[in-house]
Design a protein. Structure first.
Lengths: 984, 98
């Protein structure tokens, strides 16, 4: 196909021809084109289908406010839906396709919706799918879901890299039109640190879209010259292709830089997009203005565009939407469209101006006081019907229409901190009001300075005043004179009595829908939006909100400012999830922590389980074992019969030092620590201030002023945070210091009757670890393997004679190997978290299943540990009446009456007879396991008043599967209740 | 938000963990006459002002200081930042040291 609509001039590089595809057809354009400009140049007007009615649509705008021309770009993992063709930079090989149509853009099955538009009015869904109720889930919802949404994803992983970065500046300038460039020149020359962010790939804004001149030069020449000067300043950072999407607290702005969206794919290692967090001392909003359409009958046909967009295509991209273009406006500004077109030889049959006193334009007819009352052309405009001032109608043949109802300042970023726009009656538009984000100022068209001259001077003045706040003296840059006339406009929103006149093109909201909303009393702006879907989806009503508001104002008989306005939230334009995630994807989002002996465990064929971020060995299967239970049972039995080793490095470790270390721990633990002798370890339970238990562990006293505390794996961070809170906020006068040493030490549990014999081979001989010298709950600093410093604790989670030995992390792997080698003669076995769990259930030790955020020390059977002779976190509120009632839940052991039954955690307990319901609930099972030691399923659980119910039978119920198992309440200490093994 | 750390200067709020009302520093005396109700009020009763609010922030991704930040909850303006340790010392100045 040839570029039938390509004109002369423009800012495209005609020496670089680019081939691209749209809906399977190949076209060519030039470097500097957008997908939209290239398609228009090739005579393609039809680019999409509307969301609700599937109406044929073409491009409406030339910028990021585009509601219609949403396309899918690329394929595979890079496929991206809902990209506006107006901002998609053309590259060689670009593959684009239209959306929301089937089977093709020309013949769309769902266009049938358009015939039923009388039914599909505002509130259709709310009114229609109410009954029968049963139809909702099975029928209505699936159908609506299928019809909803735009575009599609492949479900493949995005192969590209997204980065995040941080920038700081004195002045952030958002937008590089006349105001932004003038401000950048002024601030740059004053030596301030300046960032100039522009969403387009070219700087200049309207200066490169208009044919206006600045002094003797074209606007584009002045932009080029200014850009060259700014690029030479080391204190100015020019950021084209960068959308500032949000204004946040304290001068922080969020921005996305599209580094390589304009290439087929990024160079290896280069990011596709970068999310910038910009810390600005001052920020200048120079985001220009967005033109507003006029609502009239069938104003949505492909070829009907905003006049400013038509001028941008003609002047910047040397493209006309068609060879014959009619202009429809309520203002002088738009007449330039006709002049620009005619200068390029494009036919302009007429200008239709709603104002009876509109000026004449040389070369074409101006129909004054006229309105367009209908259009025709199924897949693209072919004619407009005009009602002239005298009342009769005229048909004008044309393939495009350039319309303009005036301009709205683009003030989205001024609203992100609850700023409310105010109505400016001079320009008939909302301008930024009070309550701008801290440090934010506005200049140019965004402020309502709608002429080029006002924008240039406003931008420079804004920069001077912003820098003055910062103590930087600047003088306004010398600026060329722009010759443009003041705004002359008389408000005109919609042509009366139209059957279907579109206000919001993206969401198919017509004037009639607003009338319906009004009729049904949804008159507030926020209700109007939600009832009609006005201003929703990707364009957020950039072209439609004010028009709809004006219609509502007319219907309610109020003024526009009385009717109010919706405000804008971030993001200004859609931001890809990939950009927000940055590099935090996959394992970089959820990192894995490995213990020092991980490699060794892997070599043993260990099966791992994720605990927090840690990978812990769950069990170590051996040859011939086909079921995990076989491995776990073997590990338990071998540990109980001889010796086993378990990696417990993941436990949190906190070093507590200082003269008041003992008093400090006495305060954070429920039980007493003040009198713990040096060389001893004690189990400790931590409560929340409300008296509920939240963590347990041990504290070992290595010196008068030195303790080592362990926490559970999951709570390591929380306990440390809470201990710092107590230290700094509650005990500020104590001499105590904390440091987390979780990662500094590798720690191994060595458990079983032969554990001492094994360790005697590891611990250097000068340290006596006999039962007499190193009894149960002893701790000490030792050396191992001929001089390596280590910490030894005689503590037991398994209930066996057991130790934990800690060595500096870098020796963890070697320690594990040494233990296994030394243990060979005892047939030592490594055991994982499953065997650990079985043994602690057999011993009745609580873990997170029991210390689950709802249970107290009393519930856990540790009530006596909470000392009432001292102050500690949680002790006062743990004495509350309700938490000490006679029938509180108590931790008990459970075993099936029929040894063949298997107990499962999570089930609730009911009395042996009687109803199974909440009112009769007796408690629940927290942990269950098969005990190879007892050769029976066993469980721990909480039972109401359970301390006095030993021997009672209950039913463990599973109403979901209609199962009941008879269980007996027993001591939670299934194995060695007297603790003889521990002390052996 | 940016929190001006008394020791480290301006830091991004991302580095901090939020706890809540700074009144948590004023822990009642466990032996006082109405200890149970004092602790109840201490733990559960909070003002929720639209405006100035003294609150606790923890520099978890930094130097582990607990800070008392006075912030306007409507505008997010930060009016002052103190080390919680200093605030707590002042609170306990009248009492006997623990």
């Amino acid at each position: 196909m040839t570029q039938v609509n390509r004109l002369n001039g423009g800012l495209i590089d005609r020496s670089t021809s680019l081939n691209f595809r749209f809906d399977g057809k190949t076209y060519s354009g030039f470097q500097g084109d957008t997908l939209a400009s290239a398609l228009l140049a090739n005579g393609v007007r039809l680019m999409g289908r509307s969301f609700k009615y599937h109406r044929p649509r073409g491009v409406l705008t030339a910028g990021s406010e585009e509601p219609n021309a949403l396309v899918e770009l690329r394929s595979g993992g890079r496929q991206e839906p809902n990209t506006r063709a107006t901002v998609a930079e053309l590259y060689d090989g670009l593959d684009a396709s239209s959306q929301n149509r089937w089977p093709s853009l020309e013949r769309d099955f769902m266009a049938i919706n358009d015939r039923f538009s009388n039914f599909l009015t505002a509130g259709f869904y709310y009114k229609t799918f109410m009954w029968p109720k049963a139809f909702w889930e099975k029928l209505y919802e699936p159908i609506i879901r299928k019809a909803a949404g735009l575009g599609s994803l492949t479900g493949e992983d995005d192969p590209d890299l997204y980065d995040k970065g941080f920038l700081h500046c004195d002045l952030l300038i958002i937008g590089s039109g006349p105001a932004g460039l003038a401000a950048a020149l002024t601030a740059g020359r004053a030596g301030a640190q300046v960032i100039l962010a522009e969403e387009d790939f070219e700087l200049g804004g309207r200066l490169i879209a208009e044919s206006c001149t600045l002094a003797e030069n074209s606007g584009a020449d002045w932009v080029m010259q200014t850009q060259a000067e700014l690029a030479g300043m080391s204190n100015v950072r020019l950021m084209p292709r960068t959308t500032v999407f949000g204004a946040y607290d304290h001068g922080i702005y969020g921005a996305v830089e599209r580094n390589t969206d304009h290439l087929a794919e990024p160079a290896p290692g280069k990011p596709r997009q970068t999310l910038w967090r910009i810390y600005s001392k001052r920020a200048l909003i120079a985001t220009g203005a967005i033109e507003r359409p006029i609502a009239f009958e069938n104003n949505d046909r492909p070829g009907i565009m905003l006049a400013g967009a038509v001028r941008a295509y003609v002047n910047r991209w040397a493209t006309t939407p068609a060879q014959s273009v009619v202009v429809f406006a309520n203002n002088d500004d738009t007449h330039q469209t006709a002049r620009d077109l005619m200068a390029q030889g494009v036919k302009v049959p007429a200008i239709i101006d709603t104002r009876p006193d509109a000026p004449d334009v040389e070369g074409t007819e101006v129909l004054k006081g006229a309105e367009i009352i209908n259009t025709s052309g199924r897949l693209g405009l072919s004619a407009v019907r005009v009602r002239v001032a005298k009342g009769y109608t005229r048909d004008l043949f044309c393939e495009a229409l350039a319309m303009s109802g005036g301009w709205n300042p683009n003030l989205g970023l001024t609203c992100h901190q609850r700023g409310r726009p105010v109505w400016n009656a001079d320009i008939h538009a909302f301008v930024p009001g009070e309550g701008l984000p801290v440090g934010q100022i506005v200049a140019g068209a965004a402020k309502g300075e709608l002429t080029t001259d006002a924008a240039l001077r406003g931008g420079a003045a804004a920069a001077v005043s912003a820098l003055a706040d910062l103590g930087i003296t600047a003088t306004p840059a010398d600026l060329p004179a722009a010759q443009d006339a003041p705004v002359s406009l008389s408000p005109f929103w919609h042509v009366k009595d139209a059957k279907r006149a579109w206000l919001d093109f993206q969401n198919d909201v017509t004037v009639k829908d607003v009338k319906l909303a009004h009729q049904e009393n949804f008159t507030s702006v926020e209700h109007l939006k939600r009832y009609t879907t006005l201003g929703m989806a990707t364009d957020q009503g950039k072209t439609s909100n004010v028009g709809a508001l004006a219609v509502m104002a007319e219907l309610t008989g109020k003024s526009i400012p009385e009717t109010g306005t919706t405000i804008f939230r971030p993001p200004y334009t859609p931001v890809a999830m990939g950009a927000l995630a940055g590099r935090a994807t996959g394992k970089d989002f959820h990192p894995t922590r490995l213990t020092p002996s991980h490699k060794w465990a892997e070599d043993q064929g260990a099966v791992f389980v994720e605990v927090g971020n840690w990978m812990r060995a769950q069990w170590f299967p051996r040859k011939g074992e086909t079921h995990w239970r076989q491995s776990v049972d073997r590990e338990v039995l071998q540990t109980r019969n001889s010796v086993g080793v378990c990696d417990v490095t993941t436990l949190g470790k906190i070093d507590v030092q200082g003269a008041d270390a003992a008093d400090f721990l006495n305060f954070v633990y429920a039980n007493g620590f003040a009198k713990l002798p040096v060389g001893k370890v004690r189990y400790g339970l931590m409560l929340r201030e409300d008296g509920v238990a939240y963590d347990d562990g041990t504290a070992a006293r290595f010196a008068e002023d030195h303790f080592v505390v362990t926490t559970t794996t999951a709570n390591a961070v929380l306990v440390y945070r809470n201990m710092e809170f107590v230290r700094q906020c509650l005990c500020p006068n104590m001499d105590v210091q904390l440091i987390s040493t979780t990662e500094a030490w590798a720690q191994y549990a060595v458990a079983g009757p032969n554990s001492r014999k094994l360790l005697q081979k590891i611990v250097d001989p000068e340290f006596d670890i006999s039962n007499e010298a190193f009894p149960f709950m002893a701790c000490g600093e030792v050396t191992v393997c001929g001089g390596l410093r280590a910490r030894l604790f005689r503590i037991s989670f398994s209930g066996e004679l057991a130790y934990e030995i800690a060595v500096p992390t870098r020796y963890g792997d070697a320690m594990m190997r040494a233990l296994m080698e030394a243990g060979e003669e005892f047939d030592v076995v490594p055991y994982g978290t499953e065997a650990l769990g079985v043994m602690r259930i057999e011993k009745g030790h609580a873990t997170g299943n029991e210390i689950n955020g709802t249970t107290t020390a009393l519930n856990l059977g540790l009530g006596r540990m909470v000392s009432d002779k001292k102050d500690c976190i949680g002790n006062v509120l743990s004495r509350r009446e309700g938490m000490n009632a006679p029938d509180v839940l108590a931790l008990v052991g459970l075993k099936p009456v029929d040894a063949k039954d298997t107990l499962l955690a999570g089930g609730h307990l009911m009395n042996k007879t009687g109803p199974v319901d909440v009112a009769n609930d007796q408690g629940y099972v927290t942990s269950a396991a098969y005990s190879p030691t007892l050769q029976s399923s066993i469980a721990l659980g909480f039972v109401k008043g359970g301390f006095d119910r030993n021997g009672e039978q209950l039913r463990l119920v599973n109403p979901l599967e209609d199962k009941e198992i008879l269980v007996e309440i027993v001591s939670a200490h299934f194995v060695d209740p007297e603790g003889e093994r521990l002390r052996a | 938000m940016i929190i001006d750390h008394p020791l480290l200067g301006p830091r991004d709020a991302q580095e901090f963990t939020y706890l809540g009302d700074a009144s948590l520093i004023n822990r009642p005396d466990w032996q006082c006459e109405n200890a149970l109700s004092e602790f109840h009020d201490y733990l559960y009763l909070r003002d929720n002002p639209a405006g100035e609010h003294r609150e606790l922030w923890y520099h978890e991704q930094g130097d582990r200081s607990w800070l008392v930040v006075t912030r306007n909850t409507v505008t997010h303006e930060i009016l002052s930042v103190e080390l919680a340790h200093d605030v707590a010392k002042a609170v306990t100045a009248g009492r006997s040291a623990k």
